[in-house]
Design a protein around this ligand. Structure first.
Ligand SMILES: [Mn+2]
Length: 326
């Protein structure tokens, strides 16, 4: 963290970015980071490969997040949040690579490749938001209610509402402190989770009907096809929680969600989740077998092929991993 602070002190204008497919932690940590820099009298701008999903536009100052890559000015350093690799920044990586400005990598993924000139990686932190919170404290920058909201949402969404194993007493202490800025936890939760469209619930119905479990009841998988999206008119960006239905089945150790890519044919986006008590399967390892990565209990990768082929290949690999383990 000290190296990050030194690097921040040196620069006066910063690019802030995060991963493609923006979600709560990516957005919350970026918005708070911008306020931190402004609080120190610095300039900063947020540039992402993807636009802010509609359901996150209620975040304070979300309109300041830009995906207009052709309008990038000069910057003294690039701050990359919540990205295990520079590739995860999508199109922004080209801008970062084209400049000589140092890269400050702030992340909590165990699979982080330390791609920065300065690397602050904390696999034990619940979220990138939690790390930005610690920067505020360490640097003595005053926090506002808006910043507290951004950081609370980063933590809330990355911990699955304080359900996942990245939740610790520290997470709760920080969340408690953030609530102290006058946030209403019920209202925040409502604004994040209870603004679904009928289209999304219709998609949920179709997706749940695809759940299959292997013979031993240890692997559950489900899928989202392009056809389902066309039929329901639902937004794929809101499919974040679908996989948890598969994981919630009693006895399941690994849950897998296969998503047909909306733009590219024969490209399957895969998410993995695991659960267990002491015998948790490391899905970061499974994802890395297919060129992806993430956390021990939550990871993802992209595999090329038809949905049928990819399912067969990936599921048999998971069977192998499970069998070696026993
Ligand atoms: Mn995160």
């Amino acid at each position: 963290m000290q190296e990050v602070i030194e690097a921040i002190k040196k620069g006066s204008r910063f690019l802030i970015t995060a991963h493609v497919n923006l979600e709560g932690d990516a957005l919350g940590s970026q918005l708070a980071m911008k306020e931190l820099l402004m609080g120190m009298g610095k300039e900063a701008f947020i540039l992402d490969s993807d636009p802010v999903p509609e359901h996150y536009r209620f975040l304070p100052k979300a309109a300041e997040v830009s995906d207009k890559l052709d309008r990038t000015g000069a910057f003294d350093a690039a701050i990359v949040l919540d990205c295990p690799t520079l590739n995860r920044t999508g199109r922004v990586k080209d801008i970062i690579k084209a400049r000589t400005a140092p890269v400050i990598n702030i992340d909590h993924h165990v699979s982080n490749e330390k791609f920065g000139d300065v690397n602050w990686v904390e696999p034990n932190a619940s979220s990138a938001g939690e790390m930005v919170f610690r920067l505020f404290k360490e640097m003595g920058v005053k926090m506002t209610k808006e910043v507290a909201l951004s950081l609370y949402i980063a933590i809330l969404t990355d911990t699955g509402s304080f359900n996942y194993d990245n939740t610790s007493s520290v997470t709760h202490e920080i969340a408690g402190e953030l609530l102290g800025y006058g946030l209403d936890p019920a209202l925040v939760s409502e604004s994040v989770y209870e603004r679904r469209s009928v289209e999304d619930i219709n998609l949920l119905g179709l997706v749940l009907a695809t759940i299959r479990v292997n013979e031993k009841g240890t692997i559950a998988h489900l899928e989202v096809t392009k056809d389902m999206l066309d039929k329901t008119g639902a937004d794929l960006a809101k499919s974040e929680g679908l996989i948890n239905f598969a994981r919630s089945i009693n006895g399941v150790k690994v849950a897998v969600l296969f998503k047909e890519d909306e733009k590219e044919k024969n490209k399957i986006n895969i998410s993995f989740r695991s659960k267990g008590n002491g015998d948790t399967i490391d899905v970061n390892r499974i994802a890395s077998l297919f060129g992806g990565g993430g956390h021990t209990r939550a990871s993802g990768c992209i595999v090329t092929g038809s949905l049928k082929e990819v399912k067969k290949k990936v599921l048999s690999k998971i069977e192998e991993v499970l069998n070696n383990k026993v």
